[in-house]
Design a protein around this ligand. Structure first.
Ligand code: GLY
Length: 332
């Protein structure tokens, strides 16, 4: 039976039951949802990627494009930069291969598309969008994600660059095994020192919110490892009535706390964005974890905040672009 048939059967039976109790269809109708004010468009992007990525997404929003198009374009821009921590040509895994994780989430429908351990396809956020728009699934992983991407018309190509090959050669020459086998590194301090994920959140002129993120994950990770980025509520989360959040950092730990879901839910309860970001990070610290991680959040009225843990010497920031210009905010 299709979902629609199940739905017709369920609601038909429910209506008959209500009628037997003397409750008519009109009386049982749920109240119309409260209208959400449209708001003023913005795009937020994390790390030093912010100004460049926002410069791609903002003109689209300003000319009336959808938030999902702006988020995809902003993140594609970063995926193709050749940065070591995002996209092709960076962070090799234990056997020298670069693999990508990404997700996109659409506020109006709460729809989600994500890929994990995607191989040999550069625009991971676009493959994630295809998962969202062309399938009933939310997350496709590994070689099957590559096969799915090929079916959707994406080009297969090597994600290895001179830089990623040299990084792997140097590491492999030491004969060490990946530190991911160390049972407790995450409570002793974090090894990740640089950028590791790009996240974007946009509100368009129609009042629709979208979030997305993309990464090549953790250096010398065990093959098959998937981080927080494609996990809803971990790497990114949006609620059309509230706002959105994006995370970065040690995804093996971050995903245990769903910090982006946590922050958005705190904002739903009335907490200010800065306090919500700090509370989501504090939850991780209170559990005894010593990692590098950060979060940026923005309410649909454009008020934003950010927090980080560890990374004392790592300048985590996010940038928000509106009609008034781009403002980069360092997170302390
Ligand atoms: N936050 C990126 C990762 O750990 O995969």
């Amino acid at each position: 039976m299709t979902d629609k048939a199940i739905s017709r059967r369920f609601f038909g039976a429910a209506a008959a039951g209500l009628a037997a109790l003397g409750i008519t269809g009109a009386a049982a109708k749920p109240a119309a949802p409260k209208a959400i004010p449209t708001g003023k468009p913005f795009i937020l992007t994390t790390w030093d990627f912010g100004p460049g990525a926002n410069a791609v997404g903002w003109p689209m929003l300003a000319s009336g494009a959808s938030a999902i198009d702006a988020v995809e374009a902003a993140i594609n821009h970063v995926e193709l930069l050749g940065d070591y921590w995002v996209g092709a040509g960076g962070v090799p895994n234990e056997v020298g291969e670069t693999t990508l994780d990404a997700m996109i989430m659409w506020g109006p429908t709460h729809d989600l598309g994500a890929v994990g351990c995607l191989k040999r396809v550069k625009k991971a956020i676009s493959v994630a969008r295809a998962v969202m728009e062309k399938t009933q699934h939310s997350l496709i992983v590994g070689d099957d994600a590559t096969r799915f991407a090929a079916r959707m018309g994406f080009t297969e190509t090597s994600l290895t660059s001179v830089v990623s090959q040299q990084a792997w050669d140097k590491w492999a020459a030491k004969g060490e095994k990946t530190d991911a086998f160390d049972p407790e590194p995450i409570r002793k301090g974090d090894q990740l020192v640089g950028h590791d994920t790009v996240g974007s959140i946009a509100l368009d002129a129609a009042g629709n919110l979208c979030v997305g993120c993309s990464t090549n994950g953790r250096e010398f990770k065990i093959p098959g490892r998937v981080g927080d980025s494609p996990i809803a509520g971990a790497g990114a989360y949006v609620d059309q009535a509230v706002g959105g959040a994006v995370a970065t950092g040690n995804g093996d730990v971050m995903m245990r706390f769903l910090p982006t879901y946590h922050a958005v839910e705190l904002m739903r309860g009335g907490m200010a964005p800065q306090a919500a970001a700090e509370a989501a990070i504090k939850r991780i610290e209170d559990a005894g974890y010593s990692i590098g991680g950060g979060i940026a959040v923005i309410r649909r009225d454009g008020v934003h905040g950010g927090a980080k843990t560890g990374w004392e010497d790592t300048p985590f920031s996010y940038s928000v672009q509106t009609a008034a210009g781009n403002v980069k905010t360092p997170v302390s």
